[in-house]
Design a protein around this ligand. Structure first.
Ligand SMILES: Cc1cc2nc3c(=O)[nH]c(=O)nc-3n(C[C@H](O)[C@H](O)[C@H](O)COP(=O)(O)OP(=O)(O)OC[C@H]3O[C@@H](n4cnc5c(N)ncnc54)[C@H](O)[C@@H]3O)c2cc1C
Length: 398
């Protein structure tokens, strides 16, 4: 069990004064659907399932929303870390296209849910700019553009001049995509909880579940209470490595900064990222700060040394300054966090290969929130026995 998911001074938790608080489990319980984990994934799934009339209980080890979700930088994009062209090379054209289709639909579904919540989520539709980090990546970008265009994904190719004229970015070329958004993930979760409570979802926090105690239809809390269920959904993020996912997971840590508010940001405050890996990525916030992240390292422990974390934060700030030399960037918050990926670039969503009433909702990879959305709908279909055209792409036995 991973103890700490992040270290440092986060930003999103400072934007909300009175988050929801819930009782801990202090007696035996029973529910139709039990969701372990009160992060972005667990709450979205609870929303989707309770909306369709299911009896749902969410149990969280700590405080709801304070796992990786509160450390997330909150970019919601249909294009994943791995290009469509790369997926096509590895899993074939049809599966690659379907996976990207799943992501585009997920982003649109998330936007629809957000609009329906009608709350203060700081969810903003934003275009994304994905630029070629070097001249040699220009060809890769062109191939990606051709594939995206072929399947009608929302994309535009910008050459050097267009990129500079429109966005003031001095790089050789970029893709502009839309249907994307940015969000305050912590506020989004809180608003979602409000709706979920209205839909009858029951919440418990400060309750550590013994994830190795799963029996056919029950599980134990670390305090010894028993929770009975028909279906259990493990939305535990990076906290627990399961036998079914262990060998296919990539264990990384990453760094992020949030600046002090600035006066003049770039055109449309588009989200920006690049072809190089690990990539730099940048977005803004409602109060005109810049959030940027990157410098991922293949390490499964957090950087404990504060000075070394500051060095990383400064490096990220310098990269942003290089892109926008006119901005007066001052770091206000900086943190490091665990950040898991998968060897094939796909998330882990679906039934446990050996236990038919156990489901995983693990949106590993950079598009975790988009995957949480897609995964919630897949799990709803799996529970209802309805075929979902994406289940075989992201399933654990793929
Ligand atoms: C720095 C950083 C930047 C990111 N940026 C982006 C981004 O821009 N866009 C994007 O889409 N994704 C991004 N991600 C990924 C995204 O944050 C995650 O995919 C998403 O927040 C995960 O949500 P979750 O609910 O799965 O995990 P969490 O938020 O970690 O929720 C899981 C919850 O399960 C609880 N839990 C675990 N074990 C137990 C147990 N035994 N009993 C009870 N409860 C338990 C944990 O306490 C935790 O609260 C980023 C992640 C990081 C760290």
């Amino acid at each position: 069990m991973v103890k700490n998911l992040y270290k440092g001074n986060l930003y999103w938790d400072k934007t909300l004064l009175n988050p929801y608080e819930f009782e801990k489990v202090n007696t035996d319980l029973s529910t139709k659907v039990l969701i372990i984990g009160g992060g972005f994934s667990g709450n979205l799934c609870a929303n989707v399932l309770s909306q369709s009339g299911m009896d749902v209980t969410v149990v969280e080890k700590s405080k709801v929303g304070t796992g990786s979700s509160v450390a997330s930088t909150g970019l919601i994009q249909y294009r994943s870390d791995k290009m469509l062209s790369e997926f096509i090379d590895e899993i074939g054209e049809e599966k690659g296209r379907l996976f990207y289709q799943m992501c585009l639909e997920a982003v649109d579904n998330l936007t629809a849910i957000n609009n329906n919540l009608n709350g203060d989520t700081e969810y903003r539709l934003k275009d994304s700019i994905y630029y070629a980090s070097s001249k040699k990546d220009e060809k890769k970008l062109k191939t990606e553009f051709e594939y995206l265009k072929k399947y009608d994904f929302p994309v535009e190719y910008l050459d050097k001049i267009q990129l500079n004229d429109r966005y003031g970015i001095k790089k050789v070329a970029a893709l502009r995509t839309w249907h994307d958004a940015d969000v305050n993930p912590y506020k989004f979760i809180q608003v979602l909880i409000k709706r979920n409570l209205e839909q009858g979802v029951k919440y418990f926090e400060n309750t550590n579940i013994d994830l190795d105690s799963i029996k056919d239809n029950s599980i134990k809390t670390k305090d010894g209470n028993i929770i009975k269920y028909d279906k259990i959904i493990l939305a535990t993020g990076y906290s627990k490595i399961y036998p079914a996912t262990k060998k296919k997971t990539l264990y990384n840590r990453t760094y992020a900064i949030c600046t002090k508010p600035l006066e003049n940001l770039w055109t449309d405050e588009v989200m920006i990222w690049e072809t190089m890996e690990p990539y730099l990525y940048i977005r803004t916030t409602e109060d005109k700060r810049i959030i940027a992240g990157g410098l991922d390292e293949e390490r499964n422990i957090l950087e404990k040394n504060q000075l070394r974390r500051l060095v990383k934060a400064t490096k990220i700030a310098d990269k942003v300054k290089k892109l926008f030399p006119n901005l007066d960037i001052k770091i206000d918050y900086y943190w490091t966090a665990l950040f898991y990926g998968t060897k094939d670039g796909l998330p882990f969503i679906g039934k446990d290969p050996d236990r038919s009433n156990v489901y995983y909702l693990l949106g590993y990879e950079g598009n975790g929130m988009c995957y949480s959305m897609a995964g919630s709908l897949i799990i709803k279909d799996l529970i209802n026995g309805v075929f979902n055209k994406y289940e075989n792409i992201v399933g654990l036995d793929r």
